[in-house]
Design a protein around this ligand. Structure first.
Ligand SMILES: [Zn+2]
Length: 363
């Protein structure tokens, strides 16, 4: 285990490791790149390398062992979505007065903290940044380095200003990672106090070649997974193709019903399989993500860039659906799916009403 598990973007990884070796790590690092390009994975790896008690060296540069107490504690936050859902669910159990004042943090190691955007607005709030300020000036444990990872760089205005203050006078032993899909959305004053490293997605062809190690997938499935993984090799390798195809079948029924406005019987049969609770939530999240990917593919067709379509195995169906609706319909549908999803995140235990979702699309 170590940095060799990170695929692609070798230069950026090398640069980060050199900075760890020089022991003058920047206080603010913007890791930029598309969703799935490994920003969070890499930030977690740097946090491990800075705090690993084994201090392994590979290729002449600092690495991490992945086995010591420090590494394993930090690794408990590797599954970010899961930890985030647990933190949100724990807050839901609080009394109303406490709920309002509780902000979401993920901390599995005393010197490493992950700050996700706070629901329901899904923005980083000023109280979260204040909490960072309140803890970051305490020295880390022996030989360690404090690492704060903002998993998405969407800040409320006041929070962005508070962050700027932190970046003006950071302690020498702390680093803030800002993970951003579009760093230009950050305040210029924040950007000027950070170094920006960009992770490029791995080309589809390269991922497809790598998937040769998956003999259980046929060529069509490999090519589909390579496109759906968003340039992230780890995501491609661990892709749940059967789960995806099942979700897509349901998503296509919803879309077809919304587009034709006709027969709802197939939709009601589908509704039966989406229930409340943990497993149901995962299934529902996958369904929503799949709906987004289909709507996005429809936009690619509409915009005359069909080569960007990811669900290539059903491209003729996508072209047909796209022909049946205007451009605005697709944009509005994506917005409404987003609204329904935000509503669900506010109440994780609620089961998804598919007909409500479909009605939202039809409206
Ligand atoms: Zn270690």
């Amino acid at each position: 285990m170590g940095f060799s598990d990170f695929h692609g973007n070798a230069e950026t990884v090398h640069r980060l490791r050199e900075m760890i070796a020089r022991d003058r790590f920047p206080h603010g690092v913007i890791l930029a790149g598309p969703r799935g390009s490994g920003k969070y994975t890499l930030a977690q790896m740097v946090a491990k390398a800075m705090n690993c008690s084994e201090h392994p060296i590979s290729d002449g540069l600092p690495d991490f062992c992945g086995r010591c107490t420090e590494c394993t504690r930090i690794a408990q936050a590797d599954a970010l979505d899961q930890r985030f859902a647990e933190a949100v669910e724990a807050r839901e159990q609080l009394r109303d007065t406490d709920k309002k004042e509780t902000r979401i943090f993920i901390q599995t190691h005393p010197d490493v903290m992950v700050i996700p955007p706070d629901p329901p607005q899904m923005l980083v709030k000023v109280d979260q940044v204040r909490h960072v300020t309140a803890t970051m000036y305490y020295r880390p444990t022996e030989g360690g380095h404090k690492v704060y990872i903002f998993s998405e760089s969407s800040f409320m205005k006041e929070a962005a200003n508070a962050l700027l203050k932190v970046l003006e006078e950071p302690p020498e032993f702390a680093t803030l990672f800002l993970l951003a899909e579009t760093p230009s959305a950050l305040l210029p004053t924040i950007r000027s106090r950070c170094i920006t490293l960009t992770l490029a997605p791995i080309p589809v062809e390269e991922i497809e070649r790598d998937l040769a190690q998956k003999p259980e997938w046929n060529a069509r499935q490999k090519s589909l997974v390579a496109r759906l993984s968003g340039g992230a090799l780890g995501r491609a390798r661990g892709f749940d193709i059967n789960g995806y195809l099942q979700a897509r079948q349901d998503a296509l029924i919803i879309l077809a019903t919304a587009i034709s406005g006709g027969d709802h019987s197939a939709l009601f049969r589908t509704t039966e399989s989406y229930r409340a609770g943990g497993e149901g939530k995962e299934k529902t999240d996958l369904l929503i993500a799949t709906l987004f990917s289909l709507l996005e593919d429809m936009l690619f067709v509409k915009e005359g860039t069909p080569e960007l379509v990811r669900n290539i195995d059903i491209q003729p169906d996508i072209v047909k659906m796209t022909g049946a609706v205007p451009f605005d319909w697709i944009v509005r549908a994506a917005e409404r799916v987003g609204e329904v999803h935000a509503g669900m995140r506010r109440n994780l235990l609620r089961s998804l009403s598919l007909d409500a979702l479909e009605a939202a699309l039809e409206a």
